[in-house]
Design a protein around this ligand. Structure first.
Ligand code: CP
Length: 294
Protein backbone atom coordinates (compact mmCIF):
# COMPACT_ATOMS: atom_id res chain seq x y z
CA UNK A 1 0.00 0.00 0.00
CA UNK A 2 1.13 3.60 -0.54
CA UNK A 3 0.45 6.79 1.38
CA UNK A 4 -2.28 7.64 -1.14
CA UNK A 5 -4.45 5.02 0.55
CA UNK A 6 -4.58 7.19 3.69
CA UNK A 7 -6.71 9.88 2.05
CA UNK A 8 -10.14 10.16 3.68
CA UNK A 9 -9.40 7.51 6.33
CA UNK A 10 -9.67 7.56 10.12
CA UNK A 11 -6.79 6.92 12.52
CA UNK A 12 -8.27 5.34 15.64
CA UNK A 13 -5.55 2.76 16.40
CA UNK A 14 -2.00 2.18 15.22
CA UNK A 15 -3.18 -1.06 13.62
CA UNK A 16 -5.29 1.03 11.22
CA UNK A 17 -1.93 1.61 9.48
CA UNK A 18 0.12 -0.75 7.34
CA UNK A 19 3.90 -0.80 7.86
CA UNK A 20 4.33 1.19 4.61
CA UNK A 21 1.78 3.81 5.72
CA UNK A 22 3.48 4.22 9.11
CA UNK A 23 6.80 4.69 7.32
CA UNK A 24 5.23 7.21 4.91
CA UNK A 25 3.91 9.29 7.83
CA UNK A 26 7.33 9.32 9.52
CA UNK A 27 9.15 10.18 6.28
CA UNK A 28 6.76 13.04 5.50
CA UNK A 29 7.03 14.30 9.09
CA UNK A 30 10.81 14.58 8.67
CA UNK A 31 10.27 16.49 5.41
CA UNK A 32 7.70 18.85 6.96
CA UNK A 33 10.08 19.82 9.75
CA UNK A 34 11.95 21.76 7.07
CA UNK A 35 9.44 22.32 4.27
CA UNK A 36 6.80 24.86 5.38
CA UNK A 37 4.89 24.85 2.05
CA UNK A 38 1.20 25.23 2.99
CA UNK A 39 -0.31 21.96 1.79
CA UNK A 40 -3.86 22.37 3.12
CA UNK A 41 -4.87 25.99 2.40
CA UNK A 42 -8.40 26.82 3.50
CA UNK A 43 -8.93 23.46 5.28
CA UNK A 44 -10.35 23.34 8.80
CA UNK A 45 -9.62 20.97 11.68
CA UNK A 46 -12.03 20.50 14.58
CA UNK A 47 -10.55 19.62 17.97
CA UNK A 48 -12.99 18.03 20.42
CA UNK A 49 -11.33 17.57 23.78
CA UNK A 50 -13.31 16.08 26.65
CA UNK A 51 -10.16 15.98 28.84
CA UNK A 52 -7.28 18.38 29.50
CA UNK A 53 -4.42 18.53 26.99
CA UNK A 54 -1.41 20.75 26.39
CA UNK A 55 0.64 19.01 23.69
CA UNK A 56 -2.01 17.27 21.61
CA UNK A 57 -4.48 20.13 21.42
CA UNK A 58 -1.95 22.88 20.74
CA UNK A 59 0.23 20.86 18.34
CA UNK A 60 -2.81 19.87 16.28
CA UNK A 61 -3.96 23.50 16.10
CA UNK A 62 -0.51 24.73 15.11
CA UNK A 63 -0.21 21.88 12.60
CA UNK A 64 -3.38 23.08 10.86
CA UNK A 65 -2.04 26.66 10.78
CA UNK A 66 1.39 25.65 9.46
CA UNK A 67 -0.32 23.68 6.68
CA UNK A 68 -2.20 26.82 5.64
CA UNK A 69 -5.51 25.94 7.26
CA UNK A 70 -7.24 26.75 10.55
CA UNK A 71 -8.74 25.02 13.57
CA UNK A 72 -11.66 25.22 15.98
CA UNK A 73 -11.39 23.90 19.54
CA UNK A 74 -14.55 22.56 21.18
CA UNK A 75 -15.38 20.84 24.43
CA UNK A 76 -18.48 18.64 24.54
CA UNK A 77 -19.87 21.01 27.21
CA UNK A 78 -19.79 23.95 24.78
CA UNK A 79 -21.92 22.15 22.21
CA UNK A 80 -25.59 21.17 22.27
CA UNK A 81 -24.30 17.66 23.00
CA UNK A 82 -24.37 18.75 26.64
CA UNK A 83 -28.11 19.48 26.28
CA UNK A 84 -29.02 16.19 24.64
CA UNK A 85 -28.30 16.61 20.92
CA UNK A 86 -27.12 13.25 19.66
CA UNK A 87 -23.51 12.45 18.79
CA UNK A 88 -24.80 11.23 15.42
CA UNK A 89 -26.45 14.55 14.53
CA UNK A 90 -23.50 16.55 15.87
CA UNK A 91 -21.04 14.54 13.78
CA UNK A 92 -23.18 15.03 10.67
CA UNK A 93 -23.34 18.80 11.14
CA UNK A 94 -19.62 19.15 11.96
CA UNK A 95 -18.82 17.17 8.81
CA UNK A 96 -20.46 19.98 6.79
CA UNK A 97 -18.16 22.62 8.33
CA UNK A 98 -14.88 20.86 8.94
CA UNK A 99 -12.40 18.73 6.97
CA UNK A 100 -11.21 16.52 9.86
CA UNK A 101 -11.79 15.96 13.58
CA UNK A 102 -9.20 15.13 16.24
CA UNK A 103 -11.02 13.83 19.31
CA UNK A 104 -9.92 13.12 22.90
CA UNK A 105 -12.40 11.02 24.84
CA UNK A 106 -11.58 8.32 27.38
CA UNK A 107 -14.11 5.91 25.88
CA UNK A 108 -12.74 4.26 22.74
CA UNK A 109 -16.28 3.11 21.92
CA UNK A 110 -17.32 6.77 21.85
CA UNK A 111 -14.44 7.60 19.50
CA UNK A 112 -15.57 4.78 17.21
CA UNK A 113 -19.12 6.19 17.31
CA UNK A 114 -17.77 9.58 16.17
CA UNK A 115 -15.84 7.91 13.35
CA UNK A 116 -18.91 5.93 12.30
CA UNK A 117 -21.17 8.99 12.24
CA UNK A 118 -18.76 11.55 10.73
CA UNK A 119 -18.20 11.85 6.98
CA UNK A 120 -14.70 13.28 7.51
CA UNK A 121 -11.49 11.70 8.87
CA UNK A 122 -11.50 11.20 12.65
CA UNK A 123 -8.17 11.04 14.50
CA UNK A 124 -7.68 9.54 17.95
CA UNK A 125 -6.21 12.30 20.14
CA UNK A 126 -6.12 9.82 23.08
CA UNK A 127 -8.58 7.31 24.44
CA UNK A 128 -8.08 4.93 27.36
CA UNK A 129 -7.18 2.27 24.76
CA UNK A 130 -4.63 4.00 22.48
CA UNK A 131 -2.65 7.17 21.77
CA UNK A 132 -1.46 6.63 18.18
CA UNK A 133 -0.22 10.18 17.54
CA UNK A 134 2.08 9.90 20.57
CA UNK A 135 3.53 6.63 19.24
CA UNK A 136 4.23 8.25 15.87
CA UNK A 137 6.07 11.13 17.57
CA UNK A 138 8.07 8.64 19.66
CA UNK A 139 9.05 6.68 16.55
CA UNK A 140 10.10 9.86 14.74
CA UNK A 141 12.28 10.84 17.71
CA UNK A 142 13.90 7.40 17.84
CA UNK A 143 14.52 7.45 14.08
CA UNK A 144 16.14 10.89 14.30
CA UNK A 145 18.50 9.73 17.06
CA UNK A 146 19.44 6.29 15.66
CA UNK A 147 18.97 6.77 11.89
CA UNK A 148 16.63 3.77 11.67
CA UNK A 149 14.05 1.86 13.69
CA UNK A 150 14.56 -1.72 12.61
CA UNK A 151 16.35 -3.84 15.20
CA UNK A 152 16.14 -1.38 18.10
CA UNK A 153 14.96 -2.46 21.52
CA UNK A 154 12.62 -0.35 23.64
CA UNK A 155 12.38 -0.90 27.40
CA UNK A 156 9.12 0.25 28.96
CA UNK A 157 9.05 0.61 32.73
CA UNK A 158 5.88 1.13 34.79
CA UNK A 159 2.17 1.04 34.09
CA UNK A 160 1.00 -0.78 30.94
CA UNK A 161 -0.89 2.22 29.62
CA UNK A 162 -2.58 3.18 26.35
CA UNK A 163 0.71 4.86 25.36
CA UNK A 164 2.55 1.54 25.75
CA UNK A 165 -0.08 -0.24 23.64
CA UNK A 166 0.27 2.23 20.75
CA UNK A 167 4.08 2.24 20.97
CA UNK A 168 4.22 -1.58 20.95
CA UNK A 169 1.86 -1.73 17.96
CA UNK A 170 3.96 0.80 16.06
CA UNK A 171 7.17 -1.01 17.04
CA UNK A 172 5.71 -4.18 15.53
CA UNK A 173 5.04 -2.31 12.27
CA UNK A 174 8.55 -0.83 12.12
CA UNK A 175 10.83 -3.67 13.24
CA UNK A 176 11.46 -2.63 16.83
CA UNK A 177 11.16 -4.88 19.89
CA UNK A 178 9.44 -3.81 23.12
CA UNK A 179 10.26 -5.34 26.50
CA UNK A 180 7.89 -4.03 29.18
CA UNK A 181 8.49 -4.31 32.92
CA UNK A 182 5.13 -3.78 34.62
CA UNK A 183 4.02 -4.76 38.13
CA UNK A 184 1.37 -7.45 38.43
CA UNK A 185 -2.05 -5.88 37.97
CA UNK A 186 -0.69 -3.21 35.59
CA UNK A 187 -0.20 -5.36 32.49
CA UNK A 188 -1.15 -4.11 29.03
CA UNK A 189 -3.85 -6.11 27.17
CA UNK A 190 -2.71 -9.69 26.45
CA UNK A 191 -2.66 -9.23 22.68
CA UNK A 192 -0.19 -6.31 22.83
CA UNK A 193 2.91 -7.29 20.80
CA UNK A 194 5.64 -7.13 23.46
CA UNK A 195 7.61 -9.20 25.95
CA UNK A 196 6.21 -8.71 29.46
CA UNK A 197 8.53 -9.12 32.46
CA UNK A 198 8.51 -7.99 36.12
CA UNK A 199 12.10 -6.75 36.55
CA UNK A 200 12.84 -3.16 35.38
CA UNK A 201 16.60 -3.82 35.47
CA UNK A 202 16.24 -6.77 33.12
CA UNK A 203 14.17 -4.63 30.72
CA UNK A 204 16.67 -1.74 30.81
CA UNK A 205 19.82 -3.84 30.32
CA UNK A 206 21.26 -2.95 26.90
CA UNK A 207 18.10 -1.16 25.76
CA UNK A 208 18.27 1.54 23.08
CA UNK A 209 15.22 3.43 24.35
CA UNK A 210 13.83 3.77 27.88
CA UNK A 211 10.23 4.88 28.24
CA UNK A 212 7.73 5.41 31.02
CA UNK A 213 4.39 7.10 31.56
CA UNK A 214 2.57 8.71 34.47
CA UNK A 215 1.35 6.48 37.28
CA UNK A 216 -2.03 8.18 37.78
CA UNK A 217 -3.75 8.84 34.46
CA UNK A 218 -6.90 10.81 33.71
CA UNK A 219 -9.82 9.22 35.56
CA UNK A 220 -7.60 7.22 38.00
CA UNK A 221 -7.28 9.87 40.74
CA UNK A 222 -9.19 7.76 43.29
CA UNK A 223 -6.61 4.95 42.87
CA UNK A 224 -3.67 7.28 43.50
CA UNK A 225 -2.41 5.84 46.83
CA UNK A 226 -2.50 2.22 45.63
CA UNK A 227 -0.89 3.08 42.30
CA UNK A 228 2.00 4.99 43.90
CA UNK A 229 2.65 2.09 46.27
CA UNK A 230 2.52 -0.63 43.58
CA UNK A 231 4.56 1.29 40.99
CA UNK A 232 7.28 2.58 43.35
CA UNK A 233 9.86 -0.11 42.29
CA UNK A 234 9.22 0.78 38.62
CA UNK A 235 10.54 4.35 38.59
CA UNK A 236 12.71 5.28 35.58
CA UNK A 237 15.86 6.51 37.29
CA UNK A 238 19.58 7.00 36.63
CA UNK A 239 20.39 3.42 37.71
CA UNK A 240 18.22 2.08 34.85
CA UNK A 241 19.73 4.58 32.38
CA UNK A 242 23.20 3.33 33.40
CA UNK A 243 22.20 -0.26 32.52
CA UNK A 244 20.99 0.71 29.04
CA UNK A 245 23.07 1.17 25.89
CA UNK A 246 25.57 4.08 26.21
CA UNK A 247 23.64 5.85 23.39
CA UNK A 248 20.22 5.14 24.92
CA UNK A 249 17.55 7.82 24.93
CA UNK A 250 14.85 8.45 27.51
CA UNK A 251 11.31 9.19 26.35
CA UNK A 252 8.21 10.32 28.26
CA UNK A 253 5.01 11.47 26.58
CA UNK A 254 4.52 14.19 29.24
CA UNK A 255 3.14 15.62 31.43
CA UNK A 256 5.77 14.18 33.80
CA UNK A 257 5.68 13.98 37.58
CA UNK A 258 9.40 14.10 38.47
CA UNK A 259 9.96 12.04 41.59
CA UNK A 260 7.09 9.69 40.81
CA UNK A 261 7.42 7.68 37.57
CA UNK A 262 10.73 9.31 36.57
CA UNK A 263 13.56 11.02 38.45
CA UNK A 264 14.60 14.59 37.55
CA UNK A 265 18.02 13.16 36.61
CA UNK A 266 16.50 10.86 33.98
CA UNK A 267 13.98 13.42 32.72
CA UNK A 268 16.40 16.34 32.38
CA UNK A 269 19.68 14.44 31.95
CA UNK A 270 21.95 13.95 28.94
CA UNK A 271 20.04 10.91 27.67
CA UNK A 272 16.66 12.64 27.67
CA UNK A 273 14.98 13.19 24.28
CA UNK A 274 11.61 14.20 25.72
CA UNK A 275 11.64 17.77 24.39
CA UNK A 276 12.34 16.60 20.83
CA UNK A 277 9.61 14.01 21.41
CA UNK A 278 7.14 16.73 22.43
CA UNK A 279 8.09 18.86 19.40
CA UNK A 280 7.67 15.89 17.11
CA UNK A 281 3.98 15.68 18.01
CA UNK A 282 3.60 18.75 15.77
CA UNK A 283 5.48 17.29 12.83
CA UNK A 284 3.86 13.84 12.77
CA UNK A 285 0.43 15.42 13.05
CA UNK A 286 1.20 17.77 10.15
CA UNK A 287 2.17 14.70 8.11
CA UNK A 288 -0.93 12.83 9.21
CA UNK A 289 -3.25 15.71 8.29
CA UNK A 290 -1.51 16.22 4.95
CA UNK A 291 -1.94 12.53 4.11
CA UNK A 292 -5.53 12.14 5.38
CA UNK A 293 -6.73 15.35 3.69
CA UNK A 294 -4.27 15.70 0.81
N1 CP B 1 1.36 13.54 25.66
C1 CP B 1 0.15 14.13 25.59
O1 CP B 1 -0.81 13.60 24.98
O2 CP B 1 0.09 15.35 26.19
P1 CP B 1 -1.23 16.18 26.46
O3 CP B 1 -2.10 15.39 27.40
O4 CP B 1 -0.77 17.48 27.05
O5 CP B 1 -1.93 16.39 25.14
Amino acid sequence: MTAHSLKGRDLLKVTDLSPAEATDILDLASELKIDRTPRLPGRSLGLIFGQPSTRTRISFGVAAIQLGGGFVTLTPQEMQLSRGESLHDTAHVLSRYLDALAIRVLSHDELEAWAEAADIPVINALTSVEHPCQALADALTIKERFGQLDGLRIAWVGDGTNVLVSLAQLAALTGMEVVAACPEGYDPPEDTPLTLIRDPREAAAGADVLVTDIWVSLGQEEERDRRLRDLEPFRLDESLVALASPEAIVLHCLPAHPGEEITPGALYGDHSAVWDEAENRLHVQKALLALLLG
